[in-house]
Design a protein around this ligand. Structure first.
Ligand code: HEM
Ligand code: HEM
Length: 125
């Protein structure tokens, strides 16, 4: 078994986020949703996501935004959230291990669950 590092630096966040969205962009369920909204501006989206996760996990306070309002207009089912979380967890586990890696998975799960609840009427099942 190989020993993995924990998530500790901005570089680690970048590695995680780029790896995760590489997989999302190839996922037949999730990619159409992202491609429709993000179009060709993936660089901007990835930079935003790095700032979000660095604020969450490294307390950098580099993200200023309102993620909830960006997800309200999207038509997302529970299946979308489950897939998103599965791919996120798999990516974290493939690359990192430790307390912050576990925090990342827990935060993603909890935020995803709140998003699903708040979205309510836009959730198909
Ligand atoms: C089914 C699951 C999800 C899908 C399909 C999805 C899709 C998207 C899309 C299309 C955008 C771009 C919105 C825009 O620029 O207008 C976005 C932004 C974002 N998402 Fe998600 N998302 C999902 C779950 C999550 C979860 C669970 C989190 C947090 C843990 C999250 C955090 C964010 C953040 C921080 C942004 C950036 C918002 C900003 O521009 O400030 N997303 N997401
Ligand atoms: C869709 C919007 C958001 C939701 C639903 C949400 C929800 C949550 C939840 C449930 C946790 C606890 C995660 C856990 O440890 O299990 C959390 C943690 C955290 N959130 Fe948010 N959040 C949102 C947006 C934001 C934004 C915009 C920021 C910063 C600009 C932020 C900063 C943080 C930080 C720094 C933590 C970690 C706190 C700690 O480790 O003690 N969150 N959030």
């Amino acid at each position: 078994m190989d020993i993995k590092e924990d998530i500790k630096t901005e570089e680690n966040i970048k590695t995680l986020i780029y790896a995760f969205y590489d997989i999302v962009r190839k996922d037949e369920l999730l990619s159409p949703i992202f491609n429709e909204v993000i179009k060709k501006d993936w660089d901007t989206h990835l930079e935003t996501m790095c700032r979000f996760w660095s604020t969450m996990l490294l307390y950098s306070r580099t993200y200023k935004g309102d993620p909830m309002s960006k997800h309200i207009p999207l038509i997302l089912s529970n299946e979308h959230f489950e897939r998103w979380f599965l791919l996120f967890t798999e990516t974290v586990d493939k690359l990192f291990q430790g307390k912050t890696a576990n925090d990342a998975k827990r935060a993603a799960e909890n935020i995803g669950r709140i998003m699903q609840k708040v979205k309510g009427i836009n959730t198909k099942n």
